[in-house]
Write a protein that binds this ligand. Structure first.
Ligand SMILES: Cc1cc2c(cc1C)N(C[C@H](O)[C@H](O)[C@H](O)COP(=O)(O)OP(=O)(O)OC[C@H]1O[C@@H](n3cnc4c(N)ncnc43)[C@H](O)[C@@H]1O)c1[nH]c(=O)[nH]c(=O)c1N2
Ligand SMILES: CC(C)CC(=O)C(=O)O
Ligand SMILES: [Mn+2]
Length: 519
């Protein structure tokens, strides 16, 4: 049965607007897509986007039928609960639902979905596991959410090459479970069990980046479906090499592109041998400043730490309570060493001396798998520990994510602490300090204008400070919505103009995840 788009969809829009304080997406589609591309300085012959998406004129039922022909009736949904789940991530950004969610089963289907969307000028937003921190999955223009989780094959496992190719439904924990028997692992570890292709899309990292790098250093090849349905392999089909000088680095063009340039349908990843020995420790300092300075000394001494994480006193208090731990409630460092037994002992001894000189106390070592797992699970659950300190229907979190040159880290964090003290606002500091990357998680009452404004002001101040110190507005969470206003200041107007030209070349109708990354 055909349903009339003009009635049903408008009805849904009203309901949706009421529920989400939704500001007329559909009506704004043409205007905002054009606004999105206006600043591009392209030759007039290429400015052929006046006919961009006009979802108002599209029959949703026809779209649904065409997509249904591609993925089959079981793999498409217009149910409100499914759409709601796909219109948000774990960030504070307001949910905006897609009109349709599709669940393609293979790359060919993804390509056909893209062809239908391009033909009908409908926006597409890739969805991994929805754990993003910058609103990347929010469907600013409704349209189609492309949930890639049903593509969950491990395609090319080449242990001898320390390489594996995974589809978007494979998460980091699932891959590590698969690899464990062979003594291999993939170390990039955002706290959430995110999809590896989503991690490539946001250029994610986590606690292990100081030793093993971020997604940028660990993706060897990507299969990508472009907005017109073209399927490309950024390093050439089936290639798993450690290095290559052939042509431009398309792989790293798509790493961190947050679904704005194409849909990643597989990622070829670099694997590592599981180290013989892993030893972790937690210790405390009287002040955050001392802790950060001690971390700098460790890095300057060239000790190959695998993880080195800072948690402020407030943060450790939240972690203790949530994860049933009993660390002293002072600024703390969580550290881990990987290698042979002899090497890790030597590293631990050097770091122990440096930390003791800097006034560290309360060392607790963890060598058994269960102790280490408990410690790092607590660290990965920090967000939930913080959330548990202030329950309430209107309480939300905003987590900043900046990265500065390591030499500037002490100043960045101590000035941030002063800001928090001055404004008497609880802000939970935590971070991957070995990379110069740190977060402040604020909990605030969305019903309070004062709190909302203060959190906005302080989080802006944190980014401003990072930029002043030659840092970046996002070390790992991505640009999404929240950081795009800083992009020109950070990268420069000519670089951003080039980014817009690349976007236009790959997505001439502005259909791929509109409203994200580019200002
Ligand atoms: C508790 C906790 C802790 C952390 C984090 C989250 C949470 C909830 N994160 C953030 C998050 O886990 C990280 O951004 C992941 O890379 C997101 O992966 P998802 O699969 O969930 O992508 P999600 O579905 O959230 O999408 C994120 C963006 O990528 C796009 N995308 C997703 N899949 C795609 C695909 N196959 N092709 C093209 N585009 C695609 C989406 O369109 C969106 O723009 C994080 N991050 C981090 O870097 N370090 C950290 O320490 C943490 N820690
Ligand atoms: C909410 C964030 C602070 C999550 C994150 O990036 C982390 O725990 O390191
Ligand atoms: Mn982080």
């Amino acid at each position: 049965m055909r349903f009339s788009f003009s009635w049903s969809t408008r009805y849904q829009q009203v309901i949706f607007k009421q529920r989400f304080n939704f500001s007329s997406n559909f009506n704004n589609l043409n205007r905002s897509l054009n606004a999105h591309i206006k600043p591009f300085s392209l030759p007039s012959s290429q400015r052929s986007f006046s006919k961009t998406s006009s979802f108002n004129n599209i029959d949703l039922q026809i779209l649904k039928e065409r997509l249904c022909e591609v993925v089959g009736p079981r793999n498409i949904s217009t149910a409100e609960s499914t759409r709601l789940q796909h219109g948000k991530d774990e960030s504070h950004h307001r949910a905006q639902m897609p009109d349709i969610v599709v669940f393609p089963s293979n790359t060919q289907e993804v390509s056909e979905v893209a062809k239908v969307c391009t033909d009908m000028k409908v926006t597409m937003v890739p969805f991994g596991t929805g754990t993003g921190m910058e609103g990347g999955c929010v469907c600013t223009h409704g349209g189609v959410s492309v949930d890639l989780s049903r593509m969950a094959e491990i395609r090319e496992y080449q242990p001898a090459d320390f390489s594996v190719c995974v589809e978007p439904g494979v998460t980091r924990l699932a891959l590590n479970e698969y690899l464990r028997g062979d003594g291999l692992w993939f170390p990039v570890d955002p706290g959430a069990d995110a999809s590896l292709c989503g991690m490539a899309a946001t250029s994610a990292s986590g606690t292990n980046a100081v030793r093993y790098g971020t997604m940028r250093e660990n993706v060897r090849n990507l299969e990508v479906v472009l907005s017109d349905g073209t399927i490309i392999h950024t390093a050439g089909q089936g290639r798993h090499t450690v290095k290559s000088s052939a042509g431009y680095n398309l792989t790293n063009l798509f790493v961190g592109s947050e679904g704005t340039l194409g849909l990643i349908t597989s990622a070829t990843l670099k694997l590592y041998g599981i180290p013989d020995t892993m030893t972790s420790a937690v210790c405390q300092f009287d002040e955050v400043e001392r802790a950060v300075t001690a971390v700098l000394h460790v890095l300057q001494c060239g000790v190959a730490v695998a993880r080195i994480e800072l948690l402020s006193a407030d943060t450790i208090r939240a972690v203790n309570s949530y994860s049933k731990l009993s660390y002293e409630e002072k600024p703390s460092i969580f550290i881990e060493f990987h290698g042979s037994e002899k090497q890790t002992e030597e590293d631990a001894s050097v770091v122990g001396d440096i930390f003791a000189d800097a006034g560290a106390s309360g060392f607790q070592w963890a060598s058994s798998l269960s102790e280490r797992n408990r410690l790092w699970k607590a660290r990965h659950d920090t967000l939930y520990a913080i959330l548990a300190t202030r329950p309430g229907p209107q309480i939300t979190q905003l987590s900043t994510d900046v990265c500065v040159p390591i030499s500037q880290l002490t100043k960045a964090i101590t000035d941030t602490e002063k800001d928090l003290e001055e404004h008497k606002l609880p802000g939970y500091i935590l971070g991957h300090v070995g990379d110069g990357n740190y977060h402040v998680t604020f909990l605030y009452d969305t019903g309070s204008e004062t709190e909302t404004q203060l959190v906005g002001k302080l989080s802006e101040r944190i980014v401003e400070r990072a930029l002043e110190l030659n840092g970046t507005c996002t070390g790992e969470h991505g640009t999404g919505f929240g950081k795009k206003k800083y992009l020109v200041r950070e990268a420069g107007p000519d670089s951003v103009s080039l980014m817009k030209q690349i976007k236009h070349l790959l997505d001439p109708h502005g259909l791929m995840n509109p409203g994200k990354v580019l200002p």
